[in-house]
Structures are given as C-alpha cells and as structure tokens.
Design a protein around this ligand. Structure first.
Ligand SMILES: Cc1ncc(COP(=O)(O)O)c(C=O)c1O
Length: 405
C-alpha cells in the first residue's frame, strides 16, 4: 500500500514536472539551444523570431521523392549545398544515398569538409595562387574532391601546384550551355580534356553542364524544350570524348525545375539540384506537369515571425524585413497556409501586413511565411530550426553561411 502511494505520488510529480517544463527561463532556453538539446523540450513558440524553420515532414518527403526518381532513372545525385549551406543536411543526404555534395565555392566546400562531408564537387572555378593553395589542402584532406575548370591556363596552374604538392587533382570540365561559365561544348571541350589527360597531376573526372537558364522557365513543356536544347550538346560532347577513347564517367547538371526532364536525356549521369529540399515561391511559380503551381516538392522552409504592432485595424507589423528574407525577387513573402494577409517589406527589420476580408491578428501572434528565394535567405541565418509539427526537433548550424569566397 505504502509503495503504491509512493508510486502514485511519484507519478504526480512527473506530471507536474512535465507541465513545468513548458515554462523555461530565457537562460535555460539559451542553454538548450546552445547544446542542441531541444527534442521534446522546446516548441516553436519558444524560439526567438525571426527564425528560419524547416518542416521536417515536408523536407523528408522532398528528399525521398527526388531520390526515388533519380534511383529509378539509374542516375546519381549530388545535391547542391549552395541551397542549405548546412553540413548536417549534406551528411544526411549522403546517408540517404547521395554520392556527395556540390559546393558553389571553395570556402563552402572547406566548411563542408571540416564537418566530414565527402564527395565534394566545387561547381565554380578555383583561380589564383592562394585559392589553389587552399584547393591542395582540401584535396589532401578529401582526395575525391572534384574541381571545375573551363580554360587551359587554369588546368596548367592546377597541374603545376599539384605536382609541387605531389597530389593528383580531379578536374571536371565546365561546359558553357547558355548559362554563365564554361568552355564551348564539342571540339574546344575535347581539346581541354586531352590537355588534362596529358598531364600527370590532374585527372579528367568528367563534365559539368548547368543550364540555369532552363530551371525557372514557366510551363513544363517550355522548360523541357529549353533544357533539352541546352543539355543535348553536353551529352554529345560526352559521346565525342568516349569516341576518342577518353573515359568520361561523369556528366553532372540539372536543377529542381528540370530534374524529371534531364533524367530522360541520354548521357547525363548525375543530377545536382538544391532547391527541391526547401522550395520557395520562385520555384512554385514555374508550374508543373499538372498545373500552374509547381508542387512536385513541398514548401518545407519558412520564416517564423511575431506580430509586434497593430497600428491600424487592417494593418499589422511583423519583426521580419529585408534582413530576414532575401529580396532579389520582385514578389514578397507569402503567408503559410492562407492568402488573407499580404506582406510588404517595411524596411530592414519590419514587414507590413495588410489584413484582408476582416482577418484578425493580435500583437504577439506568430505567423510563418514562405520565402521568395531560398538560397540567399538561408545565408542570412546562423541556424535552422528543424521542427515536426509544433515541436522543435533539432538546431542545425548553417555552417557555410557567408562562405562565398
Ligand atoms: C551550378 C549549379 N548547379 C545546380 C544548382 C541547383 O539548382 P536548383 O537550386 O535550382 O535546384 C545551381 C543553382 O543555382 C547551380 O548554380
């Protein structure tokens, strides 16, 4: 009897402790966040805003869908880390079957390598004495790293440095397929591959062809035509190399907008999309095979804000402005799950909400917004809060934030 009473009172203590758990002091929250010890302890309401929120259910579905598609088409995937800039995510994607991670810049790759990310492909050129020194340091640490080149001088500089360091660097030729950088497909690219093949301290790893001009073309059929037009010369270049006896195991490219177009192009071996992980309004607007709203992947990334003032009946102010959302797009953030609140930028730290159709909000309310353009917005934050429902499950450092060198 005594023991039963003790057991019951122990149960009561546990229940009341659980209730007490909900009211932390800020110092306690700070400690939990610093330790990343948040699972089952913090709810979204306890986060200081503006906060970058990742809906884990949506994120995991996006990863599963893309990876299923890529696997079914017999291709590899090396998701682009420029979107998430987060080593935790890069490592998670590798555990799910990615062959590695792309990095836009050397410093982004260095940050990933520091956290154990393998299979790095740096999608822009590494030029100049100091960056080449850093490339050698990275290759020593992660010998499988691939560097992109598009001219003979850069190849020779990398060869000379690698010879001095007694290393062999993996080089992929970046093809100009109508977007930004690269050497012309066909004969010029074949000649550059022959140069690489002739040098002892560089290894020809394959081709990169990123047709960014196709990724956001509105309408599936128009996008398909644009991507095919851009990627066909790249696939032909791969065949031309193989005809000359130059092995070309890699032709990497593609984006969130063209993933299911590019896997139908013969010769593409690997996709390097990034935005599918998070999605943004810029991508929602391109339209999919079944409608005007591109919903192949779910919106998983949001900025959580607090209403801090209500100067008029139909106007409220949130604590997230130009420093919380990148503003490189002509359209504003959109309320998650509704269209009766219209957001307009109101300076560096504020957003002005126009409340429509009698919509009510109160000072202190939390509202979440879909981000116009995910990559540059992520780069504004130190950390990402991974949430499931109302609960915060993890805090992930944006480890390559600001690494644009
Ligand atoms: C070289 C390269 N590859 C792949 C991507 C990924 O594209 P997305 O985020 O549109 O999927 C980008 C994005 O800008 C890129 O620059």
């Amino acid at each position: 009897m005594t023991s039963r009473r003790l057991f019951l009172s122990g149960g009561l203590i546990a229940v009341s402790l659980q209730a007490a758990r909900k009211t932390y002091t800020w110092a306690e929250v700070e400690r939990l966040l610093a330790r990343g010890d948040v699972k089952g302890k913090l709810s979204k309401d306890e986060l200081p805003t503006p906060a970058l929120i990742l809906d884990l259910d949506a994120f995991e579905k996006n990863v599963a869908k893309m990876f299923r598609h890529v696997k079914a088409s017999g291709r590899a995937i090396r998701p682009h880390g420029k979107t998430h800039k987060c080593s935790t995510i890069a490592n998670y994607l590798i555990r799910q079957g990615a062959v590695g991670a792309c990095a836009a810049k050397l410093s982004e790759a260095e940050a990933f390598a520091q956290d154990g990310v393998t299979g790095l492909l740096i999608t822009s050129a590494v030029l100049g004495k100091y960056k080449i020194e850093r490339a050698l340091r990275l290759a020593r640490k992660r010998p499988e790293t691939i560097f992109c080149v598009d001219n003979a001088q850069n190849v020779k500089d990398l060869q000379e440095a690698a010879a001095w360091a007694k290393l062999k660097l993996n080089l992929a030729i970046d093809l100009y397929v109508g977007n930004r950088t690269g050497i012309a497909p066909g004969e010029p690219a074949v000649a550059l591959a022959q140069l690489i093949e002739s040098l002892p301290h560089v290894h020809f790893a394959g081709l990169q062809a990123y047709a960014g001009q196709a990724s956001h073309v509105v309408g599936f059929e128009a996008r398909k035509a644009k991507s095919r037009e851009a990627m066909t010369p790249a696939a032909e270049t791969r065949r031309a190399l193989e005809r000359k006896g130059i092995s070309c195991p890699l032709l990497t490219g593609g984006s969130t907008g063209t993933y299911n177009i590019d896997t139908d192009i013969d010769g593409i071996t690997e996709l390097q999309p990034g935005s599918f992980l998070f999605m943004d309004i810029d991508y929602n607007r391109i339209g999919g095979q079944s409608g005007d709203w591109y919903d192949d992947f779910q919106n998983a990334l949001f900025v959580r804000t607090t209403v801090i003032s209500k100067p008029k009946d139909d106007t409220a102010i949130v604590d997230a402005g130009l420093k919380a959302f990148s503003t490189d797009k002509p359209f504003p953030p959109q309320l998650r799950g509704g269209n009766d609140i219209v957001y307009a930028f109101a300076g560096d730290e504020h957003g002005r909400l126009t409340l429509q159709g009698g919509k009510q909000v109160q000072v202190g309310d939390r509202l979440e917004f879909i981000i116009p353009h995910c990559d540059p917005s992520v780069n504004l934050y130190d950390q990402l809060f991974a949430v499931r429902g109302e609960q915060v499950e993890a805090v992930w450092k944006i480890s390559a934030r600001g690494k644009s060198q």
